[in-house]
Ligand binder design. Structure first.
Ligand SMILES: [Zn+2]
Length: 386
């Protein structure tokens, strides 16, 4: 069964990997963030339209609205596979089965730290528990994945044993979780390469956290090493410093490596804005892919380069992500932006005039602590001219 599914997944994946979105599960685990039933349904629909392959919709054992929302999302006919998240115990799994889940993810702690300090059990217990749960899921004929919590801090032999069990018991995917975000891209590349050389039947997913700012880099490295899935959230929302920001990983492969990826960045921007509103956490203006100001140019050398050809200082076109390029005049400007802006207003100036206007523009910008708009530049021009 796992092999068949792997084949199917391969046909559907974009740019040779698949996207697992956990905005509604790990994303919602951000301290102080709650999505209502309706918000969850809206987000799931948008994620589906954006083009993610899998939606980790929530944790049914939590009951109440959470359980209802997962159930509704699961039965709303989305293209994406809808998955519920479960601890490796019978109650969690039963609740998921009760609401009709056909895709079930089970998570189990596998590092010495988590076994000792979190669940206070030994590795034998973990293995037995996992095997039992897998067998129940096989009996129930559901498609399931196994997540090794804290995989990055687990003993290597234990990690391989767990993946081996998951593969042998019929899981279609193993989630390699860098639970506290301690890996770097070089390490993760080596780890995933090795795992991929050892295990051929089970898909490998990278699930990176951003504690040291490396979630995107680590996810890209894992995919380059052959991981089949990337798991993350919109805008990287998640516990502590967050999860891997999916849009950053996809943008890298689409815009830089030019892989064929059917992923709607304009919709993701809209969804990120909706999430920012719900969570009351505005998107930073300089956030990669999503930030309002990421195509604003002011520094003299840069604007000059952009005017000559945007390719000089832009890694991809602003329109690709639903943004507009803005050339600004201010403290850091050079003469080319002054000439460019006035020319657009139908005024041709000499180099000497441009220098004179620039010096006034810079001074005013320092005084008012912002960029100047076109009218203000025009006013300076007329003041100098007349
Ligand atoms: Zn996580």
């Amino acid at each position: 069964m796992a092999q068949n599914l792997m084949k199917k997944l391969k046909d559907k994946k974009y740019g040779n990997f698949s996207i697992n979105d956990t905005t509604l599960r790990d994303g919602e685990q951000t301290a102080g963030v709650i999505f209502s039933y309706n918000e969850k349904i809206i987000i799931a629909k948008m994620l589906d339209e954006i083009g993610v392959n899998e939606i980790e919709a929530g944790i049914p054992i939590m009951g109440g609205e959470e359980k209802d929302a997962v159930k509704t999302i699961n039965s709303s006919g989305l293209n994406a596979k809808v998955i519920s998240w479960n601890r490796a115990n019978i109650d969690d799994v039963k609740t998921s089965l009760d609401i009709g889940m056909r895709y079930i993810h089970i998570s189990i702690p596998i590092s010495d730290i988590h076994m000792q300090y979190k669940i206070n059990k030994d590795f034998d217990y973990v293995k037995k528990t996992l095997i039992n749960i897998c067998r129940i899921l096989v009996k129930e004929q559901v498609i399931f994945s196994v997540g090794g919590e804290d995989s990055s801090r687990a003993e290597k032999d234990n990690l391989y044993e767990i993946i081996n069990i998951a593969e042998g018991e019929g899981a279609y995917k193993y989630r390699y979780s860098d639970t506290v975000g301690i890996l770097n891209p070089l390490e993760i590349y080596k780890n995933i390469k090795l795992i991929k050389s050892k295990f051929k039947q089970i898909a490998i997913e990278i699930h990176a956290h951003n504690d040291l700012g490396m979630a995107t880099g680590n996810s890209v490295a894992a995919l380059e090493a052959g991981a089949d899935f990337v798991s993350g959230s919109i805008a990287g929302i998640g516990e502590r410093t967050g999860n891997c920001a999916l849009e950053e990983v996809i943008a890298y492969f689409k815009f830089i490596e030019k892989r064929e990826i059917n992923f709607d960045f304009k919709k993701i921007k809209k969804l990120a804005e909706i999430i920012a509103k719900i969570t009351k956490r505005p998107i930073p203006v300089n956030k990669p892919i999503l930030g309002r100001n990421i195509f604003h140019h002011e520094a003299g050398i840069h604007t000059d380069g952009i005017i000559k050809n945007p390719i000089n200082y832009e890694p991809y076109q602003p329109e690709e992500v639903g943004l507009k390029r803005k050339l600004l005049a201010g403290k850091h400007s050079g003469t080319s932006i002054i000439k460019f802006k006035l020319k657009k207003m139908g005024i041709a100036i000499t180099e000497t005039e441009a220098k004179e206007i620039l010096s006034a523009v810079r001074q005013k910008s320092i005084d008012i602590k912002r960029n100047l708009n076109d009218k203000e530049i025009m006013d300076i021009y007329f003041n100098i001219k007349h």
